[in-house]
Design a binder for this molecule. Structure first.
Ligand SMILES: [Mn+2]
Length: 195
């Protein structure tokens, strides 16, 4: 079973993450940051990766540590669940519309962290949530998941829609990349023989 369970505790956050790559998109989020829970729900639902995430963080300061550290722990969990990446498709891409927002994601489960982030938000906040934290989350996910991650907002006028389209496009691309390719189920998808 391609599953993983990660716990991560610092002076700023106390986090547990459980993932199952071959799931149904079941989600159970409680990060202490309401809008972030809503986004993580989308990530699980549209990747078909089951995710249970708990975070007790220093949100009396702001949401930064909680969002970034969940990204770290989720990235670690995905990398652990992928193991040697035998049989995976490895690449995924998705162009996702949500009303005014159109976001494109292309990713490679390469083991080489790299984030290209071309997403601008027209507002600094979505409710009480700082829009700049969306990038912080994906930077942490890329770094600790070993993911080459390109996210480009092609259009968008509403910050909530842009953020949600970003999470959904990454989720759909991730679904494709983590899936097993029945034509190459025993192979590691690299001419190097390792990822
Ligand atoms: Mn929404």
């Amino acid at each position: 079973m391609r599953t993983a369970s990660i716990t991560r505790k610092t002076a700023e956050t106390d986090i547990s993450v459980e993932v199952a790559l071959d799931g149904t998109g079941a989600y159970d989020m409680a990060t202490g940051v309401g809008f972030f829970d809503h986004m993580l729900d989308q990530l699980a639902r549209h990747s078909l990766i089951d995710m249970k995430i708990r975070c007790a963080g220093d949100t009396h300061i702001d949401d930064h540590h909680s969002v970034e550290d969940v990204g770290i722990a989720l990235g670690q969990a995905l990398a652990q669940a992928l193991g040697d990446k035998r049989g995976i498709r490895r690449y995924g891409a998705y162009l996702l519309p949500m009303d005014d927002a159109l976001v494109r994601c292309a990713l490679d489960l390469s083991g080489r962290p790299y984030l290209v982030w071309n997403v601008d938000f027209p507002t600094a906040k979505i409710g009480s949530f700082d829009t700049e934290l969306v990038r912080e989350f994906f930077q942490a996910l890329s770094t600790h998941g070993g993911i080459t991650l390109h996210v480009d907002a092609i259009h968008g006028i509403n910050s909530h829609h842009i953020a949600e389209a970003a999470f959904k496009s990454v989720a759909r691309a991730l679904r494709e990349a983590v899936e097993t390719d029945p034509r190459k189920a025993d192979a590691i998808p690299s001419t190097k023989g390792a990822l």
